[in-house]
Design a protein around this ligand. Structure first.
Ligand code: PPE
Length: 292
């Protein structure tokens, strides 16, 4: 454990120059019964290890070591509910792109983080805009890896739409199909059919997977298919999923009202079940929780 003010890196850290890091975003929730639990910890850590394999900087620790360290960070900081940020990065050593002998440093930080797109947003929906920046082509960046450098694309998109007065950016892939938002996956609902983008150019979101499972278990017809921008304009409902954003309704896209301009019935149904699960109120999904 390192005190906040001492958690520093050298200015010549490789990842600071070249984006050669990868990270996770995990949430720990306060349960209705007073305990705390981490949501889908094993799945997040699996993706953390996958990210390292994909970019060729594997984690120098075992799965169990990283899992134990994650739980320790929460316990020792006495956090009931928090956001957890594991980060692996190529550290100090050689400069230049090819630095295979530099150390892979790993840190895990945790802090309290409320509704990512605002309390009003998660309740009443947000205003989204399609960014003029294209999402990574699958052979330009490794989109299934949560690589730090990938996020410059997200920062460009998010900054563009925020400065234009919107809450979040939706990005199209290199072929023009809807990909994902700057830090969330995207779902559309039409005639109660729940649709999301397939694993092409997107980050395989764990919240996305959770919502797909919940929707199937509730008997909704679920589709994982590419869709175009105009399907956003035709949708009855749109919502985003992400660890930080959880399940956030979209009430407006490109200045067009979505449905009635407020969260729709399917969104609210799935969102409510998600909230029940993370509060430990739904026994069926208790395997998704790692109790502290
Ligand atoms: N797509 C992107 C590009 C993305 O960054 C995230 C998570 C998702 C989809 C959803 O994945 P998941 O969290 O597994 O459901 N974005 C993280 C970073 C947010 C940040 O600003 O930092 C997050 O939600 O933790």
């Amino acid at each position: 454990m390192v005190p906040w003010e001492d958690a520093k890196v050298h200015v010549l850290t490789h990842a600071l120059h070249y984006g050669t890091g990868y990270f996770e975003g995990i949430r720990c929730y306060a349960l209705a019964d007073g305990r705390s639990a981490v949501f889908r910890l094993d799945e997040h850590l699996r993706r953390f290890f996958d990210s390292g394999k994909i970019i060729g900087f594997p984690l120098p620790y075992s799965f169990e070591e990283v899992k134990q360290a994650t739980l320790d960070v929460i316990r020792i900081n006495r956090l009931k509910a928090c956001y957890i940020r594991p980060l692996a990065f190529v550290g100090l050593g050689e400069m230049g792109l090819y630095a295979p002998d530099n150390p892979i440093n790993v840190l895990i930080a945790a802090w309290s983080w409320g509704a990512y797109l605002g309390d009003d947003g998660i309740k009443n929906g947000i205003r989204a805009k399609i960014s003029s920046y294209t999402r990574h082509h699958v052979n330009v960046m490794m989109t299934k890896s949560k690589v730090s450098g990938n996020y410059v694309n997200s920062v460009l998109a998010k900054s563009e739409v925020k400065k234009a007065g919107y809450d979040e950016a939706i990005m199209l892939d290199a072929e023009g199909y809807v990909a994902e938002a700057s830090g969330e996956n995207i779902f559309v609902v039409r005639d109660r059919i729940v649709k999301t983008t397939p694993f092409t150019s997107i980050l395989p979101g764990i919240t996305r997977d959770s919502i797909l499972t919940i929707a199937r278990n509730k008997g909704y017809v679920v589709e994982e298919e590419r869709f175009t921008r105009d399907e956003l304009y035709m949708a009855d409902e749109i919502f985003f999923t992400g660890t930080a954003a959880e399940v956030t309704p979209v009430r407006e896209v490109d200045n067009r009202q979505v449905g009635r301009g407020c969260p729709g019935a399917v969104t609210l149904d799935l969102q409510q079940t998600f909230f029940d699960i993370i509060k430990g109120k739904d026994e069926k999904y208790s395997t998704w929780l790692t109790y502290l």
